[in-house]
Design a protein around this ligand. Structure first.
Ligand SMILES: C[S@@+](CC[C@H](N)C(=O)[O-])C[C@H]1O[C@@H](n2cnc3c(N)ncnc32)[C@H](O)[C@@H]1O
Length: 235
């Protein structure tokens, strides 16, 4: 798996390597064909991602998200499904001592993120999957996930992983399209050819609770895009 860890302090680099082994132990594999087709899809999109209309929308979403973020000055944060790294870039600009890791499935998205990285070595970008993250426990003060959750074949496992890597009291900012409870239930029964799924407020809360994350509130950011803030208990 390609990483960008050379610039990291030794302790963080080692913890990533240990986490890599730990997070995979005892978990059933997710079908390769799903991950392969998602990777292909995002690899193709990557070169034009920042220049197409949806990205203009996503960047407006990032801007709104910043209004709800609570971080310490020296925060160490994770962006899961970071794409071209635009959210981390925005965070690094706003918080001059923040350190961040962007994790993504798609090598081409990561290529764009690394090429546009104005904050190396404070920001680094690593290839990996959200349901088996290559990090040790209790590592991050906050984790972000913008317009990526809809693509996950096993979202509950992703939430378990978020709980594992967050520090006690850490926050998870989940930003994605949402549906009403009724539509969300209907959708679970329908086949989606591109394998995407949207979750209602109630479903997000239930899934978070099952993973040990308390819901601290929902906020509409733009159109149907909903931010849900989760908190990991202090002990
Ligand atoms: C629509 S893009 C959003 C990118 C970025 N978060 C943003 O707000 O612009 C979705 C991203 O999620 C990544 N992704 C999808 N499934 C993933 C998975 N299972 N693990 C890690 N990343 C994944 C894709 O490669 C893609 O970069």
């Amino acid at each position: 798996m390609a990483t960008d860890t050379a610039a990291l302090p030794d302790d963080i680099r080692e913890s990533i390597a240990i986490g890599d082994a730990k997070s995979r132990a005892g978990q059933p594999p997710i079908a390769d064909d799903i991950l392969t087709s998602k990777t292909r899809f995002f690899d193709r999109w990557a070169p034009t991602y920042d220049w197409l209309l949806p990205s203009v929308f996503y960047q407006a979403v990032h801007k709104r998200l910043l209004e709800y973020i609570q971080l310490s000055e020296q925060a160490h944060v994770l962006d899961i499904g970071c794409g071209t790294g635009r959210l981390l870039d925005r965070l690094a600009k706003r918080f001059p001592h923040l350190q961040g890791i962007g994790l993504d499935l798609s090598p081409e998205m990561l290529r764009q993120a690394r090429r546009n990285n104005h904050y190396r070595p404070r920001l680094i970008f690593i290839q990996g999957v959200s349901h088996a993250m290559p990090f040790v426990e209790n590592q991050f003060e906050a984790a972000f996930n913008t317009i990526s959750f809809l693509h996950y074949p096993d979202p509950q496992r992703v939430l378990q992983e978020v709980h594992r890597v967050l520090q006690p009291g850490g926050r998870f900012y989940l930003v994605d399209y949402t549906l009403s409870e009724w539509r969300s239930g209907m959708q679970q029964r329908l086949f989606s050819p591109i394998r995407i799924r949207f979750y209602s407020r109630q479903t997000r809360e239930r899934m978070g609770t099952e993973a040990g994350l308390r819901c601290a509130g929902h906020h509409h950011l733009l159109g149907p895009v909903l931010l849900t803030i989760f908190v990991k208990a202090q002990s």
